[in-house]
Design a binder for this molecule. Structure first.
Ligand SMILES: Nc1nc2c(c(=O)[nH]1)N[C@H]1C(S)=C(S)[C@@H](COP(=O)(O)O)O[C@H]1N2
Ligand SMILES: [Mo]
Length: 246
């Protein structure tokens, strides 16, 4: 990757956001290497169609020991939650709403998946193991009503949200994840519990997950209100990057 490359591309080729090359061009590779601790990420990207060329993505910092992950949080600070105070509520159009403790979630059947993580800004972490409870299983336990069509996810950072259609939510590669990279999910990666949506860009994988609400229609999540696709299939949605991370 050459930091001298022209830091410009057409603003909305297919309406997609500014790519990785642009921020590398803006910051230079050196900037990525020296960030020691995660800092706050406020804008994942220039919003679709309003490319500024000042994508701050690189300033989010590489997570120490994160294996190429970058830290993202749209909230300035996020409370720590662990075994004592963590709760996950499952509610909305269900027959049996309930709140799970961490111990209760950990006692449910688990699935382990190994997939590439892909952020729409271009970075990618190959072969990342995720482990957790299938969202479909939690939905079955809750008893989803026939009027249900979608899920809204909320987070204890107080700001972020996500959504899936009910069909997407029932896929076998969608987890309420308890482990990532074969470790309990640490705070910076959204622990103790984050969503993991295997086939979609990583913005769908909401960190610090606190609520699963079954709804009768899709309510666009945080980035989706800013123009990213709800159907965020990797390589087949409006946030796609042309250049996989080298
Ligand atoms: N609550 C919350 N979840 C979030 C985000 C966020 O800002 N807040 N950012 C998303 C985006 S754009 C990415 S790429 C990943 C980053 O996960 P990481 O910080 O573990 O690398 O989290 C996703 N989930
Ligand atoms: Mo992202």
């Amino acid at each position: 990757m050459n930091p001298e490359q022209p830091a410009q591309r057409p603003p909305s080729e297919g309406g997609r956001p500014v790519g990785r090359r642009v921020f590398l061009g803006t910051l230079g590779l050196g900037a990525l290497g020296v960030v020691a601790a995660p800092t706050v990420q406020r804008g994942m990207e220039a919003v679709l169609g309003t490319v500024s060329g000042k994508d701050p993505t690189g300033l989010t910092g590489l997570l120490p020991n994160g294996g190429g992950f970058r830290y993202y949080s749209v909230a300035a600070s996020v409370p720590y939650k662990g075994p004592v105070n963590y709760r996950l509520s499952v509610d909305g159009l269900v027959d049996h709403p309930r709140a799970y403790t961490l111990a209760e979630l950990r006692a449910l059947p688990r699935t382990r998946l190994v997939r590439d993580v892909q952020c729409v800004t271009g970075w990618r972490v190959p072969d990342t193991p995720f482990e957790g409870v299938r969202l479909a299983h939690l939905l079955d336990l809750a008893g989803v009503r026939t009027t249900a069509r979608a899920i809204r996810f909320t987070c204890f950072d107080g700001t972020y949200s996500e959504s899936l259609t009910l069909d997407q939510a029932r896929r076998r590669d969608v987890l309420v994840a308890l482990r990532m990279q074969d470790k309990d999910i640490g705070h910076d990666h959204g622990g103790p519990v984050r969503l993991y949506v295997g086939p979609m860009y990583f913005y769908k994988s909401a960190k610090w997950l606190s609520g699963i609400t079954v709804t009768d229609r899709v309510e666009p999540g945080y980035w989706e209100k800013l123009g990213y696709d709800v159907d965020a299939w990797v390589g087949r949605s409006n946030g796609r990057t042309d250049e996989p991370t080298s």
